[in-house]
Structure formats: C-alpha cells, structure tokens
Design a binder for this molecule. Structure first.
Ligand SMILES: [Mn+2]
Length: 276
C-alpha cells in the first residue's frame, strides 16, 4: 500500500515520500514506529484534492511513496547510519524528501544527509519541545537532544524554531543567546531568501494535545491545525528541499484523528510546494 495518489514509479517524481519506523529512544510513550504504515492506511480517508491550494496531489503532483526503510531494532547508531545513507541518495538526485517518522531522532540523519548535499542549508523547526539538551539520561543521541546534535554541524544562525513551549531553563537560555526561537515567519523568509535550501522538520506535538493527542510527550498550550498550515504556507517561496513529519504514535489515539491530521498535513505541504 502506498500513500494516496502516489505514482507507481519514482521516475519523473520530484517529491519522494519515505517512512522511517524507528522509536528506539522514545523516553515516555513509544509506538512511533507504527506511524508510517498507519498514515498510508488512513490517507485513503481524505480527498486527494486540497481546496486551500487548489491542487489535486494525484493529478497535479508527481510524487512517489517509496515505502519504509527497513531498520534494525536495538541498534540506534546503525539505524541512524542507514537512514543517512538512504536519504542522501534522494537529495543527490535533487528530489524533495517527505520523511515520515518515527521519533524525532530520525531527523538527525536526514538533516545530516541534506546538509552534506546542501552545505548552505537552513533548518526550520516546529515543535512543542526545544530538543536542545546536550544529553538526556546520559545519552547524547535521543529525541530530546536531536536539535543540539544538529547544531554540532549546522550554524545556529541558520536554525529557526517556532512555537516551542517546553524545555529546561538551560534550553531556553540557549535559545535566547542564539536567537533561534522566532516569532515572525516573514522575518525568517527575508533572512533566508528565495535561493538557499531549506529543510522543515515538524514534530507533530507542536499541535495542541486536544488537536493531536496521538503523540508520546504531549504538551498543553499548543497551536491549532490552521495556524500550523498558515505558518508553513508563508514559506512557500523558499527553496524547500526536505520536510519531515515526526512523533505520531498512532496507538495512543485510537480515534485515528491524529493520523488523519498527518495525512492532511502531508497533502497540504505538497500544496505549499506546488504553490511556489
Ligand atoms: Mn521533537
């Protein structure tokens, strides 16, 4: 089964969807490994047409769902290495990668691969949590440290965070000192310009738990769906080369509303890219 509207072959497809069923460091509730399969299944429940962007992803967009990358269980470093190698080939081919997690640590190898192909990369980060811990429970590789690990190679002035509402005092001090937490998308657009390559990572827990309960570390006080789409659509003129959708844990929300929300978000993000 592929995501609704997927072409049958990758040929001529500018956008490639890939699932990364990894939840090896989930510190509270896990199950993110089941997200990509559940997203494919539930994608059949919504339309391929987006009224907001006047685009039908089946008819107007050449995209290919390359299914899931097979990953070993119990070996975080090996899994990350496989994700990096696998995604690098898509970036080298000039395709726009749509990654479906998995836990947020998956974003580390995705951004690493993207950065190796696009050294002038900018990163836009939507999340409830800062993810900037130096280590978590003694581990340097964790969903709670992922953005700090990315800043081991990506300059902090090319890192733009939105809607963060949870973290340690140290993390908030870090964001203040490095001015990584942004409020106005238009200022970020002006700073990045229309040419520089941009990767967008979306931790789904940026949404309020009343909108999106299906995630392992819910944090009250979040945004609604339309605010998220509206903010992402302000980036439509940027050179987006990759985007990911992380931390859906479908078994936590058996209404499947959270999964459907990811499906719709993927469709609308294709609309954003098409609207350029
Ligand atoms: Mn996160």
């Amino acid at each position: 089964m592929r995501f609704m509207g997927s072409k049958k072959s990758i040929e001529n497809c500018k956008i490639v969807l890939r699932g990364y069923p990894f939840d090896g460091t989930a510190s509270f509730k896990s199950g993110q490994r089941f997200a990509p399969a559940d997203v494919r299944l539930n994608s059949e429940g919504i339309e391929t047409y987006s009224p907001l962007f006047d685009v039908d992803i089946e008819q107007d967009i050449n995209f290919y769902d390359a299914k899931d990358l097979s990953l070993p269980f119990g070996n975080t470093e090996k899994a990350l290495q496989l994700i990096e190698e696998d995604s690098k080939k898509y970036f080298e081919q000039g395709r726009i990668l749509f990654g479906i997690g998995g836990e947020h640590l998956v974003t580390l190898p995705l951004v690493k691969a993207c950065y190796s192909v696009y050294p002038d990369l900018h990163l836009i980060h939507f999340d409830a949590h800062a993810d900037l811990r130096e280590e978590y429970l003694g581990e340097k590789l964790s969903h709670a440290t992922v953005m700090r690990r990315i800043l081991d190679f990506l300059p902090a002035n090319r890192f733009h965070q939105f809607f963060i509402r949870s973290g340690t005092k140290d993390e908030f001090n870090f964001m203040k000192e490095n001015k990584t937490l942004k409020k106005n998308p238009e200022n970020v657009v002006r700073l990045i310009g229309e040419k520089a390559p941009v990767y967008i990572t979306i931790d789904m827990d940026v949404l309020d738990p009343s909108v999106f309960p299906g995630t392992g570390t819910p944090e009250p006080g979040g945004i609604d769906f339309n605010t998220l789409i509206d903010t992402i659509s302000r980036f439509k003129n940027l050179n987006i080369v990759g985007i990911d959708f992380m931390e859906l844990s479908p078994d936590i929300d058996n209404t499947e509303i959270s999964t459907i929300t990811v499906c719709k978000l993927i469709r609308e993000c294709m609309g954003v890219i098409h609207a350029k």
